[in-house]
Design a binder for this molecule. Structure first.
Ligand SMILES: Nc1ncnc2c1ncn2[C@@H]1O[C@H](COP(=O)(O)OP(=O)(O)OP(=O)(O)O)[C@@H](O)[C@H]1O
Ligand SMILES: [Mg+2]
Length: 262
């Protein structure tokens, strides 16, 4: 049985195609234009890149910021529930999920069955999300993927005194002008974001194992900073950015199985 999950985030659109318990394809595209445009582009990309026709997919479950704008999704589920389902499939010992995406950060606690117990969001302030790193990478004139390399070269975490992303931008410029090492600045930026996300996590209490999901988890510098602040090793899977779409695909599969059984 082939099913699919689709996560239309604020920054990227993701699809995971599942054949029973095997992930047969994953697709990731940037969101340009409306969520509906991104959803339609994702569908044509699935066809093009995998050869799987829409008629072969028994059900789509949609999630993410644009979840209501996916014309082909017959099921819709919240991102929190989808990340929980996805991570439970990957590592059933995980009890806390930290998801840092392009526009928000979410923390959720789950039980042994992957049910969500508590959750908290930051979708108000860019300084606690992946947007903070995107803005500061622009100021440093480096691609976002290079932040981890710079972090590894840093020898100390520069302390940033400004919480607000607008003032942090100015602070980064003046640090650069004063000759501060880029690696140390990036280490400081990662530390600042990690501290804000850790405060969010601690507001609902964290229980190990802790998984880090969302695109920002690809950044090894951020992983290290969060591990230092939380004083524990994090579970970071190669599908960290796909976790919501994977969970959505698993939910689609469950619904079909329940329908067949009843
Ligand atoms: N290799 C990488 N190194 C560093 N950052 C990365 C990498 N890949 C993706 N990112 C960052 O991940 C973020 C996007 O993550 P994700 O796809 O989880 O967001 P989203 O689901 O669209 O957003 P949201 O959940 O906030 O609506 C961007 O800020 C991007 O810069
Ligand atoms: Mg997301």
């Amino acid at each position: 049985m082939i099913v699919a999950g689709c996560d239309i985030g604020s920054t990227t659109a993701k699809a995971v195609i599942l054949d029973d318990s095997t992930i047969i394809a994953t697709i990731l595209l940037p969101v340009e234009g409306s969520p509906k445009d991104a959803a339609l582009l994702l569908l044509s990309s699935v066809q093009e890149k995998t050869g799987i026709q829409p008629s072969q997919i028994e059900a789509w479950c949609g999630t993410g910021y644009g979840q209501k704008n996916i014309p082909y999704a017959s099921i819709v589920e919240s991102e929190i529930v989808c990340h929980a389902k996805g991570i439970q499939f990957i590592d059933s010992d995980v009890r806390t999920i930290i998801d840092i995406g392009g526009q928000d950060a979410k923390v959720c606690r789950i039980d042994a069955y992957g049910n969500v117990q508590r959750y908290v969001y930051n979708d108000k302030c860019a300084s606690g999300t992946g947007r903070f790193l995107e803005i500061t990478a622009d100021v440093l004139e480096v691609p976002i993927t290079e932040l981890a390399i710079l972090d590894a070269k840093g020898v100390k975490e520069v302390t940033l005194s400004n919480q607000c992303v607008v003032f942090a931008e100015t602070e980064v410029i003046s640090l650069l002008n004063s000759g501060e090492d880029m690696g140390n600045i990036v280490k400081g930026l990662h530390r600042a974001l990690a501290s804000r996300v850790a405060s969010l996590a601690l507001s609902i209490g964290v229980e190990e194992k802790i998984a880090f999901t969302g695109g920002v988890a690809h950044n090894a510098g951020m992983v290290g900073a969060l591990e230092r602040v939380l004083k524990t090793k994090l579970v970071v899977h190669e599908y960290c950015q796909m976790m919501g779409a994977l969970g959505a695909a698993l939910i689609a599969q469950e619904r079909i199985k329940n329908r067949v059984a009843s």
